[in-house]
Design a protein around this ligand. Structure first.
Ligand code: P6P
Length: 339
């Protein structure tokens, strides 16, 4: 006996959500659907990445004699191709491209939105089969339709995002996004080739037992952050109040686990990266939007909300603390009192 029930697909859910915006004309709806399509194309390639002998190594040609792209280049190419033909996007800032990507097609110049994207974050983990992710952030353009977008459209503070999300290519592939009405998760069902609603209104726990940071940089951290990490290790040998250290080296994977279970992800300033490593536009702002929309916090370690920072450069970096509200407040308090 097969069940007739099937959870709403991403498209069905987004279309239903549109009714919550009486003046919406469907532009953002269509754009989010295009992101879903590009994500499916990348997912197919990521899932096949292990078959390099058949597909050929990046930079070489495969058995069909086609050039094989590195997966992050492939992901970048796919998202640009799909978004450029959506008619909704007039420009893209990508981790893979130095400058803003604009389009020659006149209908694309009419697009109302710009997208900041890290097409495949954590791609160094691909060869060791660790989860990776796509991170995206969507803004309304501020320049006139019909013209080429410029930095005014891209260098907007994160509090102007109209939508943000990520795709995590993990034990299953999930798309998690927000339009400011909470955070919702969809799990890819390969049997029908659709993202299906699996996590409606995700709430991040206010506190957690997981801390994520690269402790290899411990000696480079400020005293306040070292004190916070020391406290995460528990107050005595009994380990009674020790937290669990979990660090995958893939922001999307670390954040997603903390979103679901509670926890904090930290990428502080270090001696080598005094401005932090993570990029504000296409890593920190979208993740910060999701953190706040699910009840968590995201700051720069100096008491400033990530989404209030005004970007000055496309690839600008920032120190990044995101996760359960209580934990972020605790590390901020340590930084204030220990410097
Ligand atoms: P490190 C991947 O390169 C990334 O941007 C994030 O996904 C990840 O959390 C971080 O950098 C890992 O950096 O210095 O700990 O290897």
């Amino acid at each position: 006996m097969t069940s007739n029930y099937h959870p709403p697909t991403l498209s069905e859910f987004i279309n239903e959500q549109q009714t919550a915006f009486p003046f919406a004309k469907g532009d953002l709806t269509r754009l989010l659907n295009h992101i879903g399509v590009a994500s499916k194309l990348v997912n197919r390639e990521v899932r096949a990445a292990g078959l390099v002998d058949i597909l050929g190594k990046a930079g070489k040609s495969n058995i069909q004699g086609e050039d094989v792209m590195k997966l992050d280049e492939f992901a970048n190419h796919k998202f640009i191709k799909v978004l450029s033909s959506s008619g909704e996007v007039c420009g893209i800032a990508s981790e893979e491209n130095h400058d803003i990507i604009t389009f020659d097609k006149s209908f694309a110049k009419e697009g109302k939105y710009v997208v900041c994207i890290d097409p495949l974050d954590g791609s160094s983990n691909i060869d060791v089969n660790v989860s990776i992710g796509t991170i995206f952030s969507i803004y309304r353009r501020v320049t006139d339709p019909g013209t080429d977008p410029d930095e005014r459209d891209i260098l907007q503070p994160g509090n102007k995002q109209v939508a943000a999300g990520y795709v995590i290519y993990g034990s299953s592939t999930m798309l998690v996004y927000t339009t400011g009405l909470g955070v919702t998760g969809f799990t890819y069902d390969p049997s029908i080739g659709e993202f299906c609603l699996s996590h409606y209104k995700i709430d991040m726990p206010d506190d957690g037992n997981i801390y994520s940071v690269n402790e290899g940089y411990y000696r480079q951290f400020s005293p306040g952050i070292r004190e916070y990490i020391d406290r995460c290790k528990g107050s005595d040998e009994t380990g009674g109040d020790a937290l669990s250290a979990r660090y995958i080296g893939s922001l999307v994977a670390d954040f997603h686990r903390n979103l679901m279970k509670g926890g904090i992800y930290m990428y502080p300033s270090t001696a080598q990266q005094p401005g932090g490593k993570l990029r504000l536009l296409y890593e920190c702002n979208p993740i910060a939007f999701l953190a706040e929309q699910s009840g968590g916090l995201a700051t720069d370690g100096k008491g400033r909300r990530i989404i209030d920072l005004v970007p000055e450069a496309i690839h600008q970096r920032t120190p990044f603390f995101a996760g359960s509200k209580k934990m972020v407040k605790e590390v901020e308090a340590m930084i204030r009192s220990y410097g």
